[in-house]
Design a protein around this ligand. Structure first.
Ligand SMILES: [Zn+2]
Length: 462
């Protein structure tokens, strides 16, 4: 038996995760993500895969984020006929995220055709909502920690990665003529001490390790997020305005709700409006899958945090617009987190010119996004084609990251006692992976940073 790996994405970058494991003629794809961000990366989504989707036998999915799952509808449309194995919350989240991804692409294509700016004539989405719904029939969910078989000689187990709801690391055991070969894919790893998600489980010993390196070169600062947020609320009260939070629907919104819930145990509460259909659907899943995160088991909560009397869910567009009339003492959470689209735009349009209001960003803002321009306090930003004055107070709350930092990645991999034969650092910008590589090599491990489309032989004739 020969075992090879080909990196179809998530190599030298943080998006497009797709790792093709070729075990003789059995083709196993781990993750199937879309490339996002820079245009040169996004264009790769339109290239044919170097393997016919029809000849991929099975997909294993670590978690639902689009950079890990977003290519699945296209894979299915182009002939993939196997099963997609994942955890149960991942299946439910994937349905929400994939249909949303399809809807956005259809809207963008329609917009490009209307404005006539697409080079393709007519502009087309990569896939449509119906393709996203079709691929859902191929999903098969499994509990954490329960081994299942995908081939006579291959067993798989999901264990907690602590990154988002349902996120898993994956152990793949291959039975060969020369014993069992153990491969471990970390998936995206969460921080060790999130109040929301469980900590990543200790990895088992691995012969070949594939580890993410998003924050390979960085350590998160020690921060008291609760105190920082409380301070902001008090300052906002002095200004006499509202707080507007552009938040990511999956994980970040729920984490913000948790901190606000905690703060309002000892401070006069105020209405919190969650104004994003996707954030509301995702929050519903956090309520459904209580055993997969930490909130319910926290005894200091008398009732479920997401049902607190001051939390209001706004589903209708018309009610969303009414929020513009609220002058003070309210918190509005709306997507998207980088203010690139969604309902947050009309809130920003109305509140950015108000000195009394506060705009609170909750995460990393890439250059070129509207969110970054606002955070940089540019005097004006364009919304709905109009120049809007930036007079509101702007604050960026760091420290809500869903990724393990460098020390935590070292701690996680430190549970593997015997050095793997090979360790591949994936899902990281080159500089991040390189710094982590040096640290891991310090332990005497053999570490490789693969390139996009590079292939490696892991085992010959076993
Ligand atoms: Zn992720």
């Amino acid at each position: 038996m020969d075992i090879r790996i080909k990196f179809l994405g998530g190599a030298g970058s943080v998006t497009g995760s797709k790792f093709l494991l070729m075990i003789d003629d059995f083709n196993l794809l781990i993750d199937c993500g879309l490339f996002q961000g820079l245009k040169e990366l996004r264009l790769r989504n339109w290239d044919d895969l170097p393997i016919d989707p029809d000849s991929i036998d099975t997909v294993l999915l670590t978690h639902a984020h689009i950079d890990h799952s977003g290519y699945l509808p296209l894979l299915f449309k182009n002939g993939f006929g196997g099963k997609i194995h994942c955890t149960e919350p991942t299946r439910e989240l994937a349905e929400i995220l994939l249909t949303d991804s399809a809807k956005l692409q259809e809207e963008e294509a329609e917009f490009a055709n209307r404005k006539g700016y697409s080079k393709h004539n007519p502009a087309k989405p990569l896939y449509k909502v119906e393709d996203a719904l079709d691929v859902m029939h191929s999903f098969k969910s499994h509990p954490f920690e329960k081994t299942f078989r995908i081939h006579d000689q291959i067993e798989v187990r999901f264990f907690h990665a602590g990154h988002i709801l349902g996120a898993a690391s994956i152990e793949v055991k291959i039975y060969t003529s020369q014993g069992t070969k153990k491969l471990v894919f970390s998936g995206d790893l969460g921080p060790m001490h999130s109040p929301l998600h469980v900590a990543p489980s200790n990895p088992p010993d691995a012969d070949i390790l594939f580890m993410e390196s998003t924050y390979g070169a960085r350590n998160h600062k020690d921060q008291n997020l609760e105190a920082e947020l409380r301070q902001l609320i008090m300052e906002s009260d002095k200004l006499g305005g509202c707080i507007l939070i552009p938040a990511f629907s999956l994980g970040r919104t729920q984490l913000v709700l948790y901190y606000l819930w905690k703060i309002f145990q000892n401070m006069r509460s105020r209405p919190i409006y969650v104004d994003s259909p996707m954030a509301i659907s995702v929050t519903r899943l956090y309520k459904q899958f209580t055993s997969y995160h930490r909130l319910e088991s926290d005894s200091e909560f008398g009732h479920h945090i997401f049902d607190a009397p001051f939390v209001h869910y706004v589903t209708e567009q018309s009610k969303s617009k009414v929020l513009n009339t609220i002058k003070d003492r309210a918190i509005i959470i709306s997507a998207s987190g980088m203010a690139t689209g969604g309902r947050i735009l009309h809130h920003l349009y109305h509140r950015l010119p108000n000195k009394q209001d506060t705009i609170l960003f909750t995460g990393f803002l890439p250059e070129g996004t509207r969110g970054k321009d606002i955070a940089n306090e540019e005097p004006k930003v364009k919304i709905f084609g109009e120049d809007v004055d930036v007079r509101a107070r702007v604050h960026v709350l760091d420290g809500l990251s869903a990724h393990a930092d460098q020390d935590e990645l070292m701690e996680w991999s430190g549970h593997i006692k015997k050095a793997p034969k090979m360790t591949f650092l994936i899902h990281g910008e080159k500089e991040q992976s390189y710094i982590l590589k040096q640290r891991i090599e310090g332990k005497g491990w053999n570490v490789t940073i693969p390139d996009y489309l590079e292939t490696f032989t892991l085992y010959d004739h076993v």
